[in-house]
Each structure stands twice: as structure tokens, then as C-alpha cells.
Design a protein around this ligand. Structure first.
Ligand code: AMP
Length: 625
């Protein structure tokens, strides 16, 4: 098959607040603009009485429909409902999240006047589906394959759930790649001629909801090797917004003696204004927030200064720099050995962040040449091209060596975490270890798989439990099981265990409480198709309604025209006939107003009635005019 015949694979940066899609075309990467002409699309999904909205349309109506406008799902995906972080977030989200079966969080919304529950994977799949559609419109062909990025610091459960979301969206995941690594690809390609030997780069990726630091080397042969990674899957621009929201909530309490913390609509509007003001003060020193009727009919007006923003967020900013320090220590590198710091993610535009980093690196190492909003999708697009056999020589020469961000192990006697794969191990990788029975005549061995850095296993994240049953009865310590951990190129763990004497084995795909079963995925795929179909029907109805409305108003304007009326009179219509026509047109206008969601059949019937008038009046207007 020639390159021309191949269906391109796309690269998707699935962000907490914004997402972006890229494709290799005409020997370069194209960042694809959405239907609104925007190169980044809000990771928002909204539901209302009549339709589902995704992207800009969803974000634009957030303030008026807060309870049914979903954002931030990346903070939810792959986590349990009882997770402390989820519980904290729930206090600030204007939408409702409940614990579903197996402690899986479910988002509750009203859609077409019915309560509906969605898993985080489903909401993410809607965002992915939107981006897939954006790419398909741009390319004029179906898209089935994608490289999708995840924060480097995502654990196995969060990765697995993201992959599930892609499947639900009808995308085959060619590779899941860490966001800073994707940004490094963009940087490396940009630099292709400029890399002399080997250079060390630190990617500082601070987005809307996640923070990653990766230290990599890039050489002139195109090999990108990640040395180590660190971060926080729950730190980003949204936290900075939340701190400002909380600050104003307490100011309002102090000044007006009202607590708006349980008023979802007011909180939602305050958050939107805080986010906007935050962007403004990245270039200005201060701005003001004015919100009409924020609560109890009271208008809210306040100053938003850079100084106050920095004060309430300083602890979080310092946390970012501390992570950089830890990451350098982990890979045994000094800050002096870093040649360049690449800034990625919208929140790296915050002047204080740049200042702190500049200070930390004692000078001018910050690279801002690459677009912080698009670099991750750009890199994902390049890798998608490489993996689908497209791209130029430089793209095909790229080699990636990534690492696993967190240690993986088994919980043993006395709550000890026995690590099989330490963090920052290059992936793909495979490690085995032996485990022995701890009681006489033990007939089954339970294995608990954890991910994290604590020495007590229960303080780490429990990925999965499984057991080897029917093992031979023997005194403790005699029966041995070999446990094998394998991390694939996507960073996803596969575990198997084999009991040596009987040869009994058990291979599991890591499925924790948060992951979806095959049946659940199939059901979600079906639902997704149904929602897509409903959206299409809805769009058709809206377009037909609009076309008919335009037609009626045009007809009304024409028939009101004095000269035209005289012509009609001369052609034999009486004054009464004209009055009847006026009335029918007014009736049609009223009917359209009263039936904004009329079915196509009814619209067609109305159109026929109007055509009859046209025939009567010899009005040469048609719907196509
Ligand atoms: P990303 O996930 O990389 O798209 O980053 C989105 C985050 O960057 C959001 O929290 C935005 O509020 C934040 N952001 C975007 N532009 C700016 C800016 N000029 N100043 C501060 N934060 C920004």
C-alpha cells in the first residue's frame, strides 16, 4: 500500500481542561482546528433537555447549566469514588458524582429529562469521539487509529481506563505515550539540526489538572531517552482557580455574611471568571471581576491582582519546583547538567512559575519556542505517523525509550511492599520473583498488586487482587509461586503467576475496581453509537428548523412588500386572500417558536403548507432560496 492510500493515524492530547488533535500531512504536522476554528477543544461535555454538547459548545453554556456540564474527568478517570482526592474535588464540582458498584465513580446528569449515570471513561470517550470527528472532517476520511497521551505520572489504573475510553470512542490505540515525552518529540523534531551529540532536557509540563516533570536525553540520531519522571496527577491550573474561588468565597462570607459554597451556579460562574482573570494577570498586574447577580440578587465586583493570586497559590508553585528538585535527585543529575528546560502546558504561562524556575536553574534555560498548548498533540501526531509508516526520514528515525513512573510490587507478609519493577525502569520490561506459602497446608495464594513508593504496601495504590488456587498442600515455605510483571510499551502492566510444583498458572489483565469489564466496554460502545446517532438526528432537526424559520421570515418580508402586494392584487387575489396568507405565515412563525424541537416529519408537513401558500401567491421562494 502506498503512503497515499493509508488512512492517517492521529495524535491526541487528552487534557484535563483542553484537548488537541494532530495529524501528519504534506510532510509536516497539522494541528487540526475544530468546527469553531479553534486549535484546542475544551474537554467538556454537557447535557440538556434536547441534546448532548461536546467541546466549545459545552463550555460556553457551563455557567447556565452547571449541574449537567461535565469537565475535569481526567481527575476522576481510573480513581475510586472513595479516593480522598475525588472526595475533595466533589466539594467543588458543580455536577454530581456518586459511588457506583465496586466504588467506581459515576457522574449523574439530567439528559432529555431523565437521570443518567456516566462513567468517567464514557465522558472521556465523548471528548475523544469529538476529536476523532474533527480529524475525520479535516481529512475527509474515517480515522480509526490514534496515539493518545497520558500524564507521565498516571498509574496503571488511570492508563487502563484511558485506553478503555479510546476503545469506547472507536479508536484503536496505537500507543499510549507520556505527555512530557510527546512534548520532547516535538522539541527534538524542532531542534533536529541543532542537536550536537547528546543534550539533556527537562520537560516541565503544567496543564489544567496535572503536573509532570521528565528528564530526557535527546541525541542527534533521533533517540529520545527518558531518564526519570516525577509529578502530581492532581496539580494544575484548576487548583490555582480553585484557590482563588475559595478566597472569594471567604471574602463574600466576611463582607456580605452569606455562604455561597453550596450554591453550584454561583460557584460555577465565579470559577469561570477566576480562570479568565488568571489568564489576564499573566500579562497584566491586575484586573477586575464583575459578575451581575452572583447571589441573592447581589452584583459581585472585586479586584484580582497578580500579588493575591501568587500569595494564595505560592504553596502549590513551590511544590512544582520541589518536584523538579526531586526528579533531578532521582536520576542523579545536577541542575547544571540540564541544557534546556522545555515549558509545556497552559499554566507555564504564569509569570511566577517561570520566575521560580529561572531562579532555580540560575539563568536562562527556559525554552518557550514550542507552543505550550500544542506540543503534546504535536509529538503524539509525530509518533502516530511513525507507527503507521508515514512521516519523513527524521520521523522514522525517532526512537523512544520511556520509563515507568511508579514502582510496582506485591504486598507481602507484615504489609511489606516487595518491589518487582522499580520506578524509572525503562519500558517495555519484564521481571519475575518467587513467593512462598506463609502457612502450613495453604491451598491458595492471594497476590495483591500495588503501585507506589511506600514501603508499607497498604499505603500504596492497590491495583488488583488475584489468587492461585488448588496449590499442593505442604508445610509453609515449601510451595513456591513465580510471579511475572510485564509492562508493555503503553505503560500498562500484565501480571501472571505460576505455581512451580503443580504448574498451575494464572494470568491476569490488571483490572482494579475502577477498570471496565469487556461487557461494560461493549455496552458503552453501543451507548456511544446511540448517542452519536441521536446527536446526528438532533442536528438534522435543528438545521431543518432553522431552514424553515429562515424561509418563513423571508416569505413574510416579501409578502409585506407593498409593490408585491399590489402585484398579487392585480393577479386576482382579494384583500381577504392576502389577510389569510398573512395569518398563515404568522401561525407558522408561532408554531416554529412553540416547537423548537419539532420532528422532521412535522417540519416537512409545515413546509408543505407553506409551499401551498407560495403556490397561491406565486411566491417564487423555496426553502433553498
Ligand atoms: P493545558 O491542559 O495545557 O491546556 O492547560 C490548561 C490550563 O492552562 C488551564 O488551567 C488554563 O487556565 C491555564 N492557562 C492557559 N493560559 C494561561 C495563561 N495565559 N495564564 C495562566 N494560566 C493559563
Amino acid at each position: 500500500m502506498s503512503t497515499r492510500d493509508r488512512v492517517p493515524a492521529i495524535g491526541i492530547d487528552l487534557g484535563t481542561t483542553y484537548s488537541c488533535v494532530a495529524v501528519w500531512q504534506h510532510n509536516r504536522i497539522e494541528i487540526i482546528a475544530n468546527d469553531q476554528g479553534n486549535r484546542i477543544t475544551p474537554s467538556y461535555v454537557a447535557f440538556n433537555d434536547t441534546e448532548r454538547l461536546v467541546g466549545d459548545a459545552a463550555k460556553n453554556q457551563a455557567a447556565f447549566n452547571p449541574a449537567n456540564t461535565i469537565f475535569d474527568v481526567k481527575r476522576l478517570i481510573g480513581r475510586r469514588a472513595s479516593d480522598e482526592i475525588v472526595q475533595e474535588d466533589m466539594k467543588l464540582w458543580p455536577f454530581k458524582v456518586v459511588a457506583g458498584s465496586g466504588d467506581k465513580p459515576k457522574i449523574v446528569v439530567k439528559y432529555k429529562n431523565e437521570d443518567k449515570e456516566f462513567a468517567a471513561e464514557e465522558i472521556s470517550s465523548m471528548v475523544l469521539g469529538k476529536l476523532k470527528g474533527v480529524a475525520e472532517t479535516f481529512l475527509g476520511s474515517k480515522v480509526e487509529k490514534a496515539v493518545i497521551t497520558v500524564p507521565a505520572y498516571f498509574n496503571d489504573s488511570q492508563r487502563q481506563s484511558t485506553k478503555d475510553a479510546a476503545i469506547v470512542a472507536g479508536l484503536e490505540v496505537l500507543r499510549m505515550i507520556n505527555e512530557p515525552t510527546a512534548a520532547a518529540i516535538a522539541y527534538a523534531l524542532d531542534k533536529r539540526a541543532g542537536v550536537d551529540g547528546k543534550m539533556s532536557v527537562l520537560v516541565f509540563d503544567l496543564g489544567g489538572g496535572t503536573f509532570d516533570v521528565s528528564i530526557l536525553t535527546i541525541d542527534d540520531a533521533g533517540i529520545i531517552e527518558v531518564k526519570g519522571t516525577g509529578g502530581d496527577t492532581h496539580l494544575g491550573g484548576e487548583d490555582f482557580d480553585n484557590r482563588m474561588v475559595n478566597y472569594y468565597v471567604s471574602e463574600i462570607k466576611r463582607k456580605h455574611k452569606v455562604d455561597i459554597s453550596s450554591n453550584l451556579k454561583a460557584l460555577g460562574r465565579l470559577r469561570v471568571h477566576c480562570e479568565k482573570a488568571k489568564r489576564t494577570i499573566s500579562t497584566a498586574i491586575q484586573t477586575t471581576i464583575d459578575i451581575d447577580c452572583l447571589f441573592n440578587g447581589i452584583d459581585f465586583s472585586a479586584k484580582f491582582t497578580r500579588a493575591k493570586f501568587e500569595e494564595v497559590n505560592m504553596e502549590l508553585f513551590n511544590k512544582c519546583v520541589d518536584t523538579v528538585e526531586t526528579c533531578l535527585r532521582d536520576v542523579n543529575m545536577s541542575k547544571g547538567s540540564i541544557d534546556e528546560v522545555v515549558l509545556v502546558g497552559g499554566s507555564t504561562r504564569i509569570p511566577k512559575i517561570q520566575e521560580l524556575l529561572q531562579e532555580f536553574f540560575d539563568g536562562e534555560k527556559l525554552c518557550q519556542q514550542i507552543n505550550p498548548d500544542e506540543a503534546v498533540a504535536y509529538g503524539a501526531g509525530v509518533l502516530a505517523a511513525k507507527l503507521s509508516g508515514m512521516g519523513d526520514k527524521a520521523v522514522q528515525a525517532l526512537e523512544l525509550i520511556d520509563v515507568t513512573p511508579l514502582s510496582l510490587g506485591v504486598g507481602c507478609d507484615k504489609d511489606l511492599m516487595v518491589v518487582l519493577i522499580p520506578r524509572n525502569s525503562p519500558i517495555p520490561t519484564k521481571k519475575e520473583d518467587n513467593f512462598y506459602t506463609i502457612r502450613d497446608n495453604q491451598s491458595a495464594m492471594a497476590l495483591w498488586v500495588y503501585q507506589g513508593e511506600r514501603s508499607k504496601s497498604t499505603e500504596n495504590y492497590l491495583l488488583s487482587k488475584f489468587s492461585l488456587n488448588g496449590i499442593p498442600l505442604a508445610p509453609r515455605g515449601v510451595v513456591r509461586a513465580t510471579v511475572c510483571f510485564e509492562i508493555d510499551a503503553n505503560g500498562i502492566l500484565h501480571v501472571s503467576a505460576r505455581e512451580i510444583t503443580s504448574g498451575r498458572s494464572n494470568a491476569i489483565k490488571i483490572t482494579n475496581n475502577g477498570s471496565l469489564t469487556k461487557a461494560e466496554i461493549e455496552k458503552m460502545v453501543e451507548d456511544a453509537e446511540r448517542y452519536k446517532f441521536e446527536d446526528e438526528v438532533h442536528l438534522k432537526k435543528v438545521m431543518a428548523h432553522k431552514a424553515l424559520t429562515d424561509f418563513v421570515y423571508k416569505s413574510k418580508a416579501k409578502i409585506k412588500d407593498y409593490k408585491f402586494r399590489m402585484k398579487l392584487r392585480k393577479s386576482g387575489l382579494s384583500v381577504k386572500d392576502l389577510e389569510d396568507i398573512d395569518e398563515q405565515i404568522e401561525e407558522a412563525i408561532q408554531w416554529l417558536d412553540e416547537h423548537p424541537t419539532a420532528e422532521i416529519d412535522d417540519l416537512e408537513e409545515k413546509e408543505e403548507e407553506l409551499n401551498e401558500i407560495c403556490r397561491l401567491t406565486k411566491l417564487k421562494l423555496t426553502l433553498k432560496d
